[in-house]
Design a protein around this ligand. Structure first.
Ligand SMILES: CC(C)(COP(=O)(O)OP(=O)(O)OC[C@H]1O[C@@H](n2cnc3c(N)ncnc32)[C@H](O)[C@@H]1OP(=O)(O)O)[C@@H](O)C(=O)NCCC(=O)NCCS
Length: 190
């Protein structure tokens, strides 16, 4: 029918030993705000500013939810033991024609250092390679974001470049970013 939206859902649920990754729903907004979106320590190396109200988190999550039908990959990370939303992992840049994407992620501070993001990145990496024909997945992190780099290395991502870019959040200060990448052929080693 003319004008009909063709839904291409790509954010399917993913289970790991401790985590359940699923689509965001509007009722996640309050927890997302309290748990990570309102925390300056979480956003320090991210491109977006810390949220200053629950409404801001609702607005952003609303956009993500409406975008699912376009084929975005945008998971809410929850704990299997109590269903608590603790972070997000997303294909922040997605290039189906060029057969690769870039992932980004963040986790509530209370849950850092327990291996959760390593578990999530491995699961999403496997999911993308199994459900797309992508040749590689990449990720970018500030060179001072040691935890993020280490997490990627534990997931078998390899450093391929360092790039200097102005950071809009820091008054265009030039920062060095690591670009890490995993090829489809490396999936067996995950
Ligand atoms: C980066 C982040 C996702 C890591 O998540 P996490 O669940 O704590 O990571 P994991 O526990 O799976 O693994 C992190 C690894 O890095 C290490 N690490 C963490 N912080 C570190 C630091 N400041 N210096 C050196 N290593 C560090 C951990 O020890 C662990 O390695 P190990 O298992 O060899 O000890 C989390 O800290 C976060 O959400 N930060 C804020 C948002 C962010 O920066 N996102 C990434 C943007 S590129």
């Amino acid at each position: 029918m003319f004008g009909a939206v063709i839904e291409i859902i790509r954010t399917f649920p993913i289970r790991t030993p401790r985590l359940y990754l699923r689509q965001f729903v509007m009722t996640d907004a309050a927890k997302a705000y309290d748990n990570w979106m309102s925390d300056d320590d979480v956003t320090e190396f991210l491109t977006w500013e810390t949220h200053s109200s629950k409404e801001e988190s609702e607005r952003v999550i609303g956009i993500w939810i409406r975008s699912y039908e376009l084929g975005t990959m945008d998971w809410c990370i929850t704990l299997r033991k109590d269903h608590e939303p603790i972070g997000s992992i997303t294909a922040v840049q997605d290039f189906p024609d060029e057969k690769y994407c870039e992932i980004g992620y963040c986790l509530a501070k209370e849950y850092w250092g327990k291996g959760y993001m390593t578990e999530a990145v491995k699961a999403v990496t496997e999911f993308i390679f199994r459900n797309t024909d992508y040749r590689w997945i990449q990720a970018r992190c500030d060179s001072e974001n040691y935890g993020s780099r280490r997490c990627l290395e534990k997931c078998n991502y390899k450093l391929i470049a360092d790039i200097d870019l102005p950071c809009a959040k820091r008054r265009e200060e030039v920062r060095t970013y690591h670009v890490l990448k995993i090829d489809r052929t490396d999936i067996a080693r995950l």
